[in-house]
Design a protein around this ligand. Structure first.
Ligand code: ADP
Ligand code: MG
Length: 583
């Protein structure tokens, strides 16, 4: 049986978990970290880097490094490298591919199925794009679920008393607050609110702004146009911010930040938590509106909350925790690592779907209202925001002009009364309406949303039964052909990655063999030694040349000679440390 994983595909960090003996277990990546930066880079030599390796070289390779791509999911943004354009889905798929590969090597079994989480505020197009990214990465996406729901699952609320829970999730790029109603066998999201552009990155930027200002005062130089300096500043800012979660002041030290007329310029600064709190107070306060909105939509007051969960790395900031206490009057729970609970919950949800765990049934809600455009730029709501999924609603409309035989249905998502102020998810035309005076034809428009939040719209003329429908895949999304091509590309890259790894292993083994041979040759009789020297020269040459087959053949020759002269015991499995070869 192949394995299932839960994936938190985050704006800044991603995390993956799997089920082991009925528990969700976070899988460390190949580098040993429990979360993986959601960063993809293309080196000048054409190699693709994902995660920490990509983040680490972001300074020197800024124009070929892509981060926070999640913010562009569902849009028609493109990322171009070497004349090739990548969609946000394709870049996200590269992250997912790494998570999948790391999970497979950790579990030791192939992984095919996945549950992937998205912010509760994600629109239909963004959900669809996330699903497509999974598909491109070779994953069978069992379900797209909301991050707060996932977090609540990780906290094991399904097993407890009925209660109302607030999930306050402040990550790297998004803020979400959700009110959940948890009963013995259901978790219902009563309401969600948030801000797609509020997160830890903004806190970093406040520190960067402060540093820029100090540098300008001291050196009379504006660094904001220097990408290299800016990258270093924002990395230093994030580091300082993280340190300030644990201590009351931190040193920022950036030598050689710029070249001035009288030599290199350095930046040194001490930032206190008090100053940091002042610089970022407006960001912390900005979470208040969505919190109140969510409570209001859920129809409860903060005092009715039984628990408040802190999710997302930025909830480690003390001022953020204080704000949550202030807003809710509750001491928030943070027993589970806030960066990991979403992936753990996704994995538990996968367990439910695959029947490995029983009990809980999840009910998600649609994050924004849906409807169509009617005469006079008026938005006619068909499904209200926060309606539990899956759902289906119909409404009957009519024509605006006499003898109108077709209507255009403009599917909209948003909360504004004015149609054009909302986001158009797609348009389609219903033809074949019976000729009649305006106001006579009856056109039934039906919206249905499945459990993944994917929208399907049908329009039907009740007079002629003429029907037309669309499944929404927002403008920025990819067609089936584009997805198929991306899947093939992704598979090819996976094969290339495997090949590269194998070549590296062959080289590593050859280098070890060479070391062993060089050490041994002194102990040999003349004729054995000259035989060995010839093979050593051949292997050295092969390594320079880079031909894998030649390297392998030359290594085998040396291996044979060493065995025949009896000075060699093979290294333990996987060992390429010199010492391991010593007889
Ligand atoms: P996302 O889900 O948006 O990818 P995460 O939940 O992983 O984000 O949170 C990432 C954010 O959390 C980053 O901005 C990071 O700097 C911040 N962060 C991580 N640890 C800390 C900490 N100890 N103190 C303050 N911020 C932190
Ligand atoms: Mg997150």
């Amino acid at each position: 049986m192949s394995r299932m994983i839960g994936i938190d595909l985050g704006t800044t960090n991603s995390c993956v978990a799997f089920m082991e003996n009925g528990h969700a277990v976070v899988i460390p990546n190949a580098e040993g970290s429990r979360t993986t930066p959601s960063v993809v880079a293309f080196t000048k030599s054409g190699e693709r880097l994902v995660g920490t390796a990509a983040k680490r070289q972001a300074v020197t390779n800024a124009s070929r490094t892509f981060s926070s791509v999640k913010r562009d999911m569902g849009s028609d943004a493109r990322f171009s490298v070497d004349g090739k354009q990548y969609t946000p889905q394709e870049i996200s798929a590269m992250i997912l591919q790494k998570l999948k590969a790391d999970a497979e090597s950790y579990i030791g079994e192939p992984v095919t199925d996945a549950v992937i989480t998205v912010p509760a505020y994600f629109s239909d197009a963004q959900r669809q794009a996330t699903k497509d990214a999974g598909l491109i990465a070779g994953l069978n996406v069992l379900r797209i679920i909301n991050e707060p729901t996932s977090a609540a699952l990780a906290y094991g609320f399904d097993k407890g008393q009925p209660c109302k829970v607030m999930v306050y999730d402040l990550g790297g790029g998004t803020f979400d607050v959700s009110i959940l109603d948890i009963n013995s066998d259901t978790i219902e999201v009563l309401a969600t609110a948030g801000n797609n552009h509020l997160g830890g990155d903004d806190f970093d930027q406040c520190i960067v702004g402060w540093l820029l200002e100090r540098f300008r005062e001291e050196h009379k130089l504006d660094l904001s146009k220097d990408p290299m300096a800016m990258q270093r500043l924002s990395e230093a800012a994030e580091k300082a911010k993280i340190e300030l979660s644990a201590s009351s002041e931190t040193m920022i030290n950036l030598p050689f930040l710029a070249q001035g007329p009288s030599g290199p310029m350095h930046l040194e600064a001490t930032l206190t938590r008090v100053r940091f709190n002042e610089l970022t107070a407006h960001l912390v306060t900005a979470t208040k509106g969505p919190v109140q909105q969510a409570l209001q939509d859920a129809g409860i007051s903060a005092s009715a909350l039984n628990r408040v969960l802190l999710v997302g790395g930025s909830t480690r900031i003390p001022a953020v925790q204080d704000e949550v206490r202030k807003l809710t009057g509750k001491e928030p729970s943070r027993d589970i690592n806030p960066d990991e609970c979403v992936a753990m919950g996704a994995c538990l949800q996968g367990g439910v779907l695959s029947g490995a765990i029983n009990s809980i049934v999840l009910i998600d809600v649609t994050p924004l209202s849906l409807g169509i455009e009617t005469l006079g730029d008026v938005f006619a709501k068909i499904i209200d925001r926060n309606t539990p999924l899956p759902c289906q609603h119909s409404q009957v409309f009519t024509t605006a002009a006499n003898f109108q035989t077709s209507v255009e249905i403009n599917v909209l998502q948003g909360e504004r009364e004015i149609a054009s102020a909302n986001k158009s998810l797609g348009k389609f035309r219903l033809n074949g309406i019976r000729r009649a005076l305006r106001g006579i034809p009856q056109i039934e428009v039906t919206f249905s949303i499945d459990t993944n939040g994917i929208v399907h719209v049908t329009a039907k003329d009740l007079g002629t039964n003429s029907t037309q429908d669309i499944t929404i895949s927002g403008s920025g999304n990819m067609s089936r052909e584009e997805i198929d091509r991306a899947i093939r590309d992704a598979q090819r890259y996976a094969a290339e990655d495997r090949q590269r790894k194998q070549t590296q292993q062959t080289r590593d083994a050859a280098e070890s063999m060479l070391n062993q041979a060089r050490k041994t040759r002194k102990k040999l009789k003349d004729e054995d030694r000259s035989r060995l020297d010839a093979s050593i020269a051949e292997l050295e040459d092969a390594l320079k040349d880079g031909n894998e087959q030649r390297i392998r053949t030359a290594s085998e020759d040396i291996d044979r000679i060493l065995r025949s002269v009896g000075t060699y015991t093979s290294a333990p499995e996987g060992g390429n440390d010199d010492g391991a070869y010593d007889a």
